[in-house]
Design a binder for this molecule. Structure first.
Ligand SMILES: CC(C)(COP(=O)(O)OP(=O)(O)OC[C@H]1O[C@@H](n2cnc3c(N)ncnc32)[C@H](O)[C@@H]1OP(=O)(O)O)[C@@H](O)C(=O)NCCC(=O)NCCS
Length: 182
């Protein structure tokens, strides 16, 4: 994605979706602090009170050519973000042909079409950047994310049992994939 786009949510509000750049570090940290207190955070690696991400490392992450990191803005505030990262882009056996996707949307903005739009944008970037397969790891109780991926033609290819221990309970992780090109 090279240009910012305006996207109309199902509730009528128009938000801006564009790539996250090094200069967005502060806005991104504000978003992550907010999201980590949100109900959906338990489905990701975010948690309340987590330390702030390193600035230099984050900026490199945002600007890496092997990745596309996007966010949706309501005015000056980020309300959701998504990324696609090539797996081992320099390794001769991989060459970034496989890429992992992930995303989050503030609870208040969910069920408005953003997660679906994010997946479309990430898939377009994948097709334009030599990625042949998308993959995602989703916690077994994360119905919203599993259904979103399946709606976009991902299939469940496996399950990893007891991957994470959250609030006294083991969480399993479904592995989902979408072949873009054989
Ligand atoms: C998963 C997540 C990104 C979805 O974002 P969203 O903006 O609500 O998604 P959309 O509104 O575009 O919904 C897309 C589709 O996903 C499915 N979906 C979304 N939320 C759902 C829910 N609560 N229950 C069942 N299906 C759901 C629906 O099929 C929906 O399409 P529809 O509205 O036309 O029926 C959001 O719920 C979230 O941020 N969750 C917490 C973080 C997370 O789980 N991240 C993914 C980790 S792998």
């Amino acid at each position: 994605m090279n240009r910012a786009i305006q996207f109309k949510l199902k509730n009528g509000k128009v938000v801006t979706i564009r790539r996250v750049r090094a200069g967005d570090y502060d806005a991104m940290m504000k978003y992550l602090a907010k999201f980590s207190r949100d109900v959906g955070a338990v489905q990701t690696f975010r948690y309340p009170g987590e330390p702030k991400k390193d600035k230099e490392e984050s900026m490199r992450f945002y600007e890496s050519p092997d990745r596309c990191f996007i966010a949706a803005w309501d005015g000056d505030n980020i309300i959701g973000s998504a990324s696609i990262s090539k797996v081992m882009p320099k390794h001769p056996y991989c060459m970034g042909r496989v890429a992992g996707v992930g995303m989050s949307v503030l609870n208040k903005y969910t069920r408005n079409g953003l997660g679906s739009k994010f997946l479309q944008i990430l898939e377009k970037w994948a097709c334009e950047n030599g990625v042949k397969k998308l993959k995602a790891g989703i916690r077994h109780k994360n119905i919203a994310s599993i259904v979103n991926c399946i709606k976009h033609d991902f299939i469940i290819t496996g399950i990893q049992y007891n991957e994470l221990y959250i609030d006294g309970e083991w969480q399993h992780e479904y592995l989902l994939e979408k072949i873009l090109e054989k």
